[in-house]
Design a protein around this ligand. Structure first.
Ligand SMILES: [Fe+2]
Length: 246
């Protein structure tokens, strides 16, 4: 079983040497594992007309790439600080590891929880039957859930993300809507069923200040097949696919 928990804890706390948790598709460089930008599972124009090819290309090849590059740089600096027993430098690197590691995790999840509109993956009822039943039990109807999720997304102040999460089994295993600030990833044992990027770089070139229209249209490209798989999975299993990308 994949234990992404170790990776997660290292990215967040970064107090311990990181090499042991960084495997997957990472390649080694000077004894350190490095992260690489995952390929999109569709073409840059595949989410049009709801998300433009220009946004997707910049978002993936520039923004996400920058998180990956900066994460690798921060890890190298952090390990060098460990080697030299420079505790001040170790502490100073932690925000960069959290921010860029979170950006890498969040975007890797996001690409996979989107799909071209009107494909089988975007059919809520057919692709996510057990998740749909739980959503309707929790919020009364899909429309009730969508309204609550949209309200949460539009309530994000500055930059952040909105998530549908499944609580850990020990916490009840219920569905909840949460938001996270900047690039903070979902932590605490919840499974992120799907997320929506509410940074301006995710929509501004197409929607300008029309954030509500972006939020309305994102529903056309939610990959409910991926959401169903994550919903049915344990926390560790839910990230097995993600870990392969990381
Ligand atoms: Fe983003």
């Amino acid at each position: 079983m994949v234990n992404l928990g170790n990776l997660w804890q290292n990215l967040l706390a970064s107090q311990a040497p990181l090499q042991s948790a960084m495997t997957g598709n990472a390649t080694t460089m000077s004894g350190l594992a490095t992260y690489t930008l995952p390929q999109l599972p569709y073409a840059y124009n595949a989410l049009e007309p709801y998300i433009s090819a220009q946004i997707m290309e910049l978002h993936h090849s520039k923004h996400h790439q920058t998180y990956v590059t900066n994460l690798n740089n921060a890890i190298q600096a952090h390990v060098a600080a460990i080697t030299s027993k420079d505790i001040s430098a170790q502490i100073a690197q932690q925000p960069a590891i959290k921010f860029n590691g979170g950006g890498h995790i969040n975007h890797s999840l996001f690409w996979k929880n989107l799909a071209p509109a009107e494909t089988p993956e975007t059919s809520y009822a057919e692709a996510a039957p057990s998740l749909a039943a739980e959503i309707e039990k929790t919020w009364g109807s899909f429309e009730g859930f969508k309204k609550a999720f949209n309200t949460a997304l539009l309530g994000v102040q500055g930059s952040g993300w909105g998530w549908l999460v499944k609580e850990s089994t020990s916490s009840g295993g219920r569905l909840r809507i949460i938001t996270t600030k900047d690039q903070d990833p979902v932590v605490g044992g919840e499974v992120p069923v799907f997320g929506v990027d509410m940074w301006e770089h995710a929509y501004y070139l197409q929607y300008l200040n029309g954030k509500a229209a972006y939020v309305e249209n994102i529903w056309k490209v939610i990959n409910w097949k991926t959401a169903e798989e994550r919903f049915q999975a344990s926390w560790e299993d839910a990230f097995a696919d993600l870990k392969a990308l990381l």
